[in-house]
Design a binder for this molecule. Structure first.
Ligand SMILES: Cc1cc2nc3c(=O)[nH]c(=O)nc-3n(C[C@H](O)[C@H](O)[C@H](O)COP(=O)(O)OP(=O)(O)OC[C@H]3O[C@@H](n4cnc5c(N)ncnc54)[C@H](O)[C@@H]3O)c2cc1C
Length: 275
């Protein structure tokens, strides 16, 4: 099947893109890398009247770095992160995660902003950004606003983004050189969306110690990870799995529990360095 007829504009500025989205009244859609939108249009799950291509907008391609944080433009591709063509604030965590998103052809075109806007609960950035406590910068007709990644998703494929807004950048605080991280996905084959995923970041120099349970039916669950840092605490893990909305004694529960336990074990294998 092919997509229904649609119009196309390559926007030159964020203001032009927001204006087109506003005028489109919900029938205009942002085009990022097209790696999710394209298949959805071909299946006619969505039938926008106008695609507003945002890849040529300078602000969405701009990446900047300070001593404390890195800001990546929303049009940054998964491949650019994997290849470290943009600065990494995360001591290798983001390039590691990027390298296991789908297949290289998809990574060459798929974007950070597109993935966050799409908000598939099994996708990687929408789970990792809350673990990193990143901030998502959104542009709309009334200017710029910043949303904490933990507040981004309202549910599966649903975010706080409005129809006439676009994501312009993502700000990620730097981890220190002594930071430890782990990230574990359960997937049927390499390149497929995760059935379960879990991760940890421990960085005492930045007072960061978080765990993640992702690829649930809804929002990612980020929790205080201290009780799982030194040993496996099954009761605490169970409490967090239930808080993530995963029902006990099911196949789903088991794969999430395995992902969490393996991610915790991976973190423990990375020996902590005294601050
Ligand atoms: C076979 C396959 C396997 C995949 N496996 C994985 C995987 O393992 N992990 C993973 O994370 N992802 C996976 N993906 C998804 C892939 O990462 C996509 O690149 C991503 O979901 C969408 O990014 P995009 O830039 O292509 O966005 P598009 O497809 O262009 O757009 C997706 C949605 O986001 C909106 N949008 C795009 N850019 C913006 C913006 N800047 N501001 C506001 N809205 C915007 C669009 O309007 C649309 O609603 C897979 C995709 C395929 C086809």
């Amino acid at each position: 099947m092919k997509a229904a007829r649609y119009g196309y504009v390559s926007a030159e500025s964020a203001a032009q893109a927001c204006g087109l989205l506003h005028d489109g009244g919900g029938m205009a859609k942002v085009l990022g890398g097209g790696q999710s939108l394209g298949p959805m249009m071909n299946l006619r799950l969505v039938q926008p009247e106008l695609l507003v291509d945002v890849r040529a907008i300078a602000a969405l391609n701009h990446c900047s770095a300070t001593a404390d944080a890195v800001a990546l433009g929303a049009a940054t591709t998964h491949a650019a992160i994997e290849d470290r063509k943009v600065e990494d604030a995360t001591q290798g965590l983001m390039p590691f995660v990027a390298s296991a998103i789908a297949y290289r052809a998809i990574r060459n075109r798929g974007t950070l902003g597109g993935s966050l806007a799409h908000a598939d609960p099994s996708a990687d950035w929408v789970n990792l950004m809350p673990l990193l406590d990143a901030q998502i910068v959104v542009l709309g007709p009334s200017g710029e606003r910043t949303v904490r990644a933990v507040d981004w998703m309202l549910g599966a494929f649903t975010t706080v983004l409005r129809d006439d807004e676009l994501i312009s950048a993502v700000r990620i605080d730097r981890l220190s050189e002594r930071a430890r991280w782990s990230y574990y996905k359960v997937q049927r084959k390499a390149g497929e969306y995760a059935d379960a995923l879990a991760g940890f970041v421990s960085d005492p120099a930045r007072a960061v110690c978080r765990g993640l349970i992702g690829a649930t039916d809804g929002r990612p669950h980020v929790f205080a990870a201290e009780p799982l840092l030194d040993r496996w605490d099954a009761d605490y893990a169970h409490t967090q799995l239930r808080a993530a909305g995963i029902k006990g004694d099911t196949y789903e529960y088991r794969i999430h529990a395995v992902a969490l336990e393996r991610a915790a074990a991976q973190l423990r294998q990375k020996v902590a360095v005294a601050p």
